[in-house]
Design a protein. Sequence first.
Length: 446
Amino acid sequence: MKRFAITKMAISLPLAVLAAALLIFINEASFQRSTAAAANIEEAQQTRGAINKLLQHVLDAETGQRGYLLTGDPRYLEPYDTAMADLHQNLGILRQLFAPYEDQLSEFGVMSEHVSRKLAEMDLSVRMRKEGNEDAWKFILTTDVGKVHMDAIRAQSARLTASSIRKMESGQAQIKKTLLLSRIGIATMALAGLLAFYMYLQQTKALLTAGKREQVSLQRERDMLESQVRERTASLAKLATHLQNVREDERGHLARELHDELGSLLTSAKLDVARLKSRLAGNVPEATERLAHLTSTLNSGIALARRIVEDLRPSSLSHLGLVASLEILAREFQERSELTITTDLEHVELGGAAQLTVYRLVQESLTNIGKYAEAKQAEISLHSFDGYITVEVRDNGKGFKLDSVGPTSHGLAGMRHRVEAAGGRLTVTSSDGRGTRISAVLPRAS
């Protein structure tokens, strides 16, 4: 049995080497022929393209010339001059392409002569129009000289194009012959390779069986690890959601304490100052001045406490709704910064938690714009669609590279988690110097 295996190896290895050598030889020969044919086809395509461009440039020049002659508007000379410059460059390219072929070069010489005559005719009419010689350019315009030259150019172009097409067809036929030869050679070598491969498979069957058993074992371990990762990811997501809810509850509790306790204290102090001020009634000017300053300070403290309370838990969400809350947020942020904010807000149907999610998303986005974006303008949009709503915050700041955002960027990570916890999807688009766009899609309330 061992000797039989050695015999099969001794036969299969030389057979495989021979098949590989013959296949390389056939492929190399086919490659050389196909490369030459492809070069001919490419040259023919370049020739056709250059001829088409030449005709187009002549038509563009003629259009500009006639526009200038009929209107006298110098603006028509711009496409005319451009086409004239491109024509000379295009003629040079065609001359290089036809240089290796004497018969085509002769045909090109005839076409080049007609093109020169056409250009001379157009240049003469334009020059007469510039000099104010009305009779001369009108006479040139009414003659058939330009049409005769143009027909001759088209005829020569058609001959040269037909020659290029024949060259292309010849190259395609050569490629077909090469492909046919390659198919026959590859089929023959494939049969020999299959025979060698069959003999090789017989020797490696045991190794493949062992490899499959190893793969099954690895797959089982990988599935177990993936299951553990999914479970821990879900656990962490639940924990993050719980912490976020706890944070919102704490912020709400703190907002109520500040509003009820601190607000009452400040208001009471303001009323006491007002009583003292009324009792003094100008008897002590210095005390009156200090009491006025104290009143201003208390007003600033009340405003600060109100702003802190609104940042902690926006009461406008429950009293005025999401759209009004976002407008107030945008207006107050604009007053505190040098940013110009525009809003495009549409009434949407969302639950209280989802409304808070949208509000926090816009609030965090504006905070990031104020800290990092160096922007002058920002736009907030909110729209409702069938089954979902979209919210977007865009700025014209310096932007940033998305791959530069690390795991310590808690702002974006928090926004993404908040949106995904509400069943939505967050998208961040930004690049250096092109601003930033943060958009989210959330399901509508039932």
